[in-house]
Structures are given as C-alpha cells and as structure tokens.
Design a binder for this molecule. Structure first.
Ligand SMILES: Nc1ncnc2c1ncn2[C@@H]1O[C@H](COP(=O)(O)OP(=O)(O)OP(=O)(O)O)[C@@H](O)[C@H]1O
Length: 621
C-alpha cells in the first residue's frame, strides 16, 4: 500500500485510491512545502512549554482524568494518549514507557507542534485543520519517518464548535483498529463536557460574587433563599435588621429564622410577606420567585424592610439601666419624696439636668413648674435679676412693668441651678438668704414674696475645693448639699450605651422626620471602646451625626465619625497579644451588652481580673 504514497510523491494521480481527507491533506502538505523525507521541527523550549501549559490550564485540567481513562480502555501496551492545543502543540502525554521513547524519536511528545504546515498529513494536525475526527495509518502520514505510526485524533471544540484542542491516540501502524477513533472521539467529548462544567462553575462564581457585591451596595436589606428553603445570601443591612450576624443566617433554613405562618414559601411569582422576626420586630419582605426555563422554582430573592419600630420606646426622662445608674436613680427617687435641697455632681453632659427633672417628676411638686437656670451662662448682674426678678425702673434697661425672677416662676415647683460653682459671691449671699427665709425680693422692690421652691443645684466642679479657695460660700454649700447625688461618667456605665443609643436614634429620626433607623451590632463594639469625654451629650451628638450622614436605614460602622473608628484600634503600639485580649474583651462586652459578670464568665476569667484587664489595657470602659 506504500505504493500510493510513493506514486503521489512521484507526482502521479492517486486521488481515487486514497481517502478524500488524506488526499486533500497530502496536497496541502505539498503546498506547505513539507519535506516528505524529513519534516521541519517546531519544538518549544521548556520555559515556553510551561507558559503554553499555563495558558491552557483549563484544557489540561479538563483532560486530567480523561487521558488515563482513555488509556485504560485501550487495554494493551504500545499506545500513547496525547493532548494538543489548538496550534497542534502537544501539552500532555501518557502511555507505555517503551513506546513513548520510540515516538520521542519523531518528537511525538510534549513541546512539539504537529500542525500540518510543519509535519504534513498527521492525525493531530489534520484533525485540527479539518475540525473533524480522523485516523491516519502508516503511509498515510505525509512524512516517511512517521510511517511506523497509526494515529486517531478528534478535535476538542468550544461551545461554538470551534477547535480549541485535540486528543490523539497513537500506536504502531500494524494496529489498525477502527473503534479506536470512537474512543478518541469519546475522549474529546468528555473533555468538552469538563470544560463546560468549569465554565458553569466560573459563571456561578461570577454571579454569586456579583450578587454579593451588589447586595452589599444596596441601601436596604437583601435576602436570597434557594428552592430548599435555605438562606443563601443576606446582606449586612438585612442581617442587622434581624439583629443577627450574616454568618449566623446564611445556610439556615428560612423557616428557622422567620416565624411567618407561610414561612418563605411563595405561591405566585412574587409576594409581599409580613414576617415576624422571633425577637418580635416587624419586618416586611418583598420576595420574587426565580424560575428556570421549565418554570420550576429555583428559589426567591428580595428585600427586607422594618415595618414596626425597631427600637424600644421609653416613657421616662432618664434612659439607662446599668448598675451605677440604677443606684443613682434609686437615690434620686428616695430624695424626691423629701423637701431637701439636692446637690448633683457630675462631669459635663452626664445628665445632671435630666436627673433634676426626674426628681421633680417623682416628687409631689410634679404638677408645679420646673425652672432651670444656668449660672455660668450669665453675667454677675444678670444672674441676680434672673433669679429674683426686678421692678419697673429698677435699673437702666429694666423692662416696663418689671419681670418676675426664676424663683417666683418656680413657686410650688423646683428650681434647677446648673453650674452653681460659677455663681458670683454676692449672688450666693442673696441665694442663701432666699433659701433660709423662703422668700425673695425683686431688685428695686421693698416688699418680699413668700416662695415654696425646692432647689436642686448642680456642678461639674468640686464645690468643696471652691469653698477651700473661698470662691464658694461654706454656709451655702452646706445648705445645698443636704443630699448629694454623684452622676458617674458614661465610661463607667457602658451598659447605658445600649439603652441610650436606640433612644437617641429614635429622638433624632423623629426630629428629622425620617423613618426610624436600625443599628448594626458591630457599631456597639466601637461605641463601647470610646472614652466619652463629652459623656451622654457627646453620644447624642455622635448618633445625630450618624443619622444625618447615614447612607441607608441601618447605622453601620462606616457611618461612625472617624475618631470613633480609631477608638477600637487605638491600641498601637500595644503588643499583639494585648491587642487580641482587648478585642476578646470588647467582643465579650458587646455580647453581654456591657455587663461585666456575664462577660467575665464568657471569657472564663474572674470579674476582678476582667476589671483589671480593662484598666490595664485602657479599654475606655
Ligand atoms: N440618662 C439620660 N437619658 C436621656 N438623655 C440623657 C441622659 N443623660 C443625658 N442625656 C442627654 O444628654 C444631654 C446632656 O444632658 P444634661 O444637660 O442633663 O447634662 P448635664 O450634666 O446637665 O450637662 P452640663 O453640665 O454640661 O450642663 C441632654 O441632651 C440630655 O437630654
């Protein structure tokens, strides 16, 4: 049969005697000027072969299990199974060692290109050229050196049908077995299926990551539930609405998270569900069913919004129920039932006026007026006229008809004198007289007015120190401090932060006329780590600015002012171990809503140890 090849090489017409695809390929080989005695070589250097293999990574991975499987089907030795890329370069080869070293002589091995232009008619090159399976036996190879081979190759196609690689089985020329071509074709089809699978996996990853990213950018809660009722995605806002962490929700059965009677089941294509979260918050969700082409349900995606107020409502003036606060409140309610003067001491912004109002409200005077005067905000002469009032013509600029003083206005009620430490000494004398005599005289007047007023004074300064430097009268000091109340700074009552924050969110939203915001749990870790030099007033301002600048209906860590963001991290240059301890403590405190004893239990340490660590690590607690 070699005859046909010899006659063709010698220029005779053998067209009708050889298979058409082989004949066409022989002719192309002539056009390419392939030397039938010794073909050109195109062999990649090792680094270039590595590059090519890297570029064809998915093709190699797709063939990883297929090549050995195909080889096992051949059932006997003297075969090699090869994987080629779309340029005909062999990138993978397995086979019998003796046969592989034989074919190595004609470079039928990784790195060599077997495209037709180089090697003339051969299974790899011709299958790629024709984009069709082909068998090339012995003398059908255009180059004489390859006549000892029998090869079967099938192109590997992409989803559009274009060749992207080739699988080849080569054996000895004597092995003319028709079914081997079918095996090669099966190998190509298996590799194609693997490639499609990779593509689908990548697409799935792309959509999953894309939907995660898109949902994180949403300014409302986002929820995805698969057809098994498992929550596959919820964004941070959605998790915050449910008062849980994302990782605690994803992977859970929707029916376990929501206690809606209908659960997550959807009858139509979309449906609004009023779902009651187990903590009692009202959440409305608008879920849309996702279906495949056959109309089968794949799951549901949608949004979550708050329908009921997420924040607890409080009727009392004073917010906060931490232990130090409860002690102060208990003392305040005791003193409310007496007629004694009260002296409140506390840093600025700790709520001195609020506690004064609380005492007033709890007292029998609650129907009477509560009148407040900040002594630090007025000049010496004004303080006196504000306190006691004046008659017409008492001084230049005095109002026609005169003006009643705060004491008169507070008759049968309570007067709150804030920043009493700033009261001028001459006014202190008049105040003392008024307290002792229970009567006041308007400036410029001769007659006295009987008054029934309870005095509550407050100062952020240490009045006893002012007494010792004679800036405050001792007798007045004793008159005022019948009962003293110490208001602890906010940093000493972090439990209150948990109560104050929702209160201030509500207050701010109401004044802005906006819907009530929720707050992400993580924010508390930052708020608890802050030292609050401005106390409750600072906290109120912080929440107000967060609500004003928030991007969505849930306050997140990103909404915190910059200096707060740093407060949790303000540990450097604290060593790593300390930093970890600090974070563990903050985490435990967040979990226990600031309560020391349960936090200590959670951390497995004693209460005193926890107090010491908080102090040592300057946790600002
Ligand atoms: N326990 C609390 N509950 C609710 N709001 C509070 C509480 N404590 C303080 N606030 C709020 O914080 C702000 C400061 O409170 P307040 O004026 O009573 O503090 P203060 O100690 O009198 O401050 P200053 O000494 O600077 O006058 C106010 O807006 C008040 O409403």
């Amino acid at each position: 049969m070699d005859n046909h090849w010899i006659r063709f090489i010698n220029g005779e017409s053998v067209e009708s005697e050889v298979s058409p695809s082989i004949y066409r390929s022989w002719q192309r080989s002539l056009e390419y000027q392939v030397d039938h005695k010794l073909s050109n070589q195109d062999i990649l250097s090792t680094p270039r072969l590595s590059e090519r293999r890297e570029a064809q990574d998915s093709l190699i991975r797709a063939g990883e299990t297929v090549l050995p499987y195909i080889f096992s089907l051949l059932g006997s030795s003297n075969y090699t199974v090869l994987l080629g890329d779309n340029d005909g370069y062999i990138i993978e080869a397995i086979g019998d060692a003796p046969f592989m070293s034989r074919v190595q002589k004609v470079n039928l091995s990784p790195g060599a290109s077997w495209r037709e232009e180089i090697r003339g008619t051969n299974a790899i090159g011709t299958a790629l050229r024709d984009n069709a399976p082909i068998s090339v036996f012995g003398w059908e190879h255009f180059v004489h050196d390859n006549h000892f081979l029998a090869c079967w190759a099938a192109p590997i196609q992409n989803s559009l049908g274009a060749p992207i690689g080739v699988i080849d089985i080569s054996g000895e020329a004597s092995r003319d077995r028709e079914k081997i071509l079918t095996i090669a074709m099966m190998g190509a089809s298996m590799i194609e299926k693997n490639l499609r699978l990779f593509e689908l996996e990548n697409q799935l990853k792309f959509y999953q990551e894309g939907s995660k990213l898109a949902s994180s950018l949403l300014h409302q809660g986002f929820l995805a539930i698969d057809h098994n009722g498992i929550i596959t995605n919820i964004n941070t806002l959605g998790a915050a609405l449910l008062g849980r962490k994302q990782e605690d929700i994803i992977g859970q059965l929707a029916g376990d998270i929501f206690s809606s009677p209908k659960g997550w089941m959807l009858s139509g294509h979309s449906q609004d569900l009023q779902i009651k979260e187990r903590s009692g918050k009202g959440i409305s969700s608008h879920l849309k069913r996702v279906v495949n082409d056959a109309g089968q349900s794949l799951g549901a995606v949608g949004t979550l919004q708050i329908t009921e107020d997420p924040l607890p409502m409080s009727n009392t003036l004073w917010i906060g129920h931490g232990q130090p606060t409860l002690r102060t409140l208990a003392r305040a309610s005791k003193v409310a039932s007496t007629h004694s003067s009260v002296l409140i001491h506390g840093e600025s912004g700790t709520g001195k006026e609020i506690i004064a109002r609380t005492i007033h409200q709890l007292s029998s005077r609650r129907e009477g007026p509560f009148v407040a005067l900040n002594c630090a905000s007025l000049s010496s002469s004004l303080v006196e006229s504000e306190l006691f009032g004046y008659v017409e013509g008492a001084f230049t600029g005095a109002r026609r008809g005169g003006k009643p003083g705060k004491f008169e206005l507070a008759d049968k009620g309570t007067i709150f004198l804030d920043e009493i430490g700033d009261m001028p000494l001459n006014v202190q004398v008049a105040l003392l007289r008024a307290l002792q005599e229970k009567e006041v005289t308007r400036i410029g007047d001769t007659k006295t007015l009987k008054i029934d007023v309870r005095v509550i004074a407050a100062s952020h300064k240490d009045l006893s120190a002012l007494v010792s430097t004679e800036r405050f009268r001792l007798d007045l000091y004793y008159r005022l401090k019948v009962v003293t109340l110490e208001l602890p700074p906010l940093r000493e009552r972090p439990e209150d932060i948990r109560d104050l924050v929702p209160h201030f969110i509500r207050k701010t939203c109401e004044s802005f006329g906006s819907p009530i915001f929720g707050i992400q749990e993580e924010v508390y870790a930052y708020l608890l780590a802050h030292t609050w030099p401005g106390n409750v007033r600072e906290l109120e301002n912080c929440i107000e600015s967060m609500v004003a600048l928030a991007e969505g209906p849930i306050l997140t860590v990103a909404d915190l002012p910059d200096e707060f963001q740093k407060s949790v991290l303000k540990t450097e240059p604290v060593p790593l171990l300390d930093q970890q301890t600090k974070h563990a403590i903050l985490y435990a405190l967040t979990q226990t809503k600031g309560k020391i004893a349960p936090a200590a239990k959670l951390l497995g340490i004693g209460r005193n140890t926890l107090y010491r660590k908080i102090k040592d690590l300057d946790i600002g607690y």
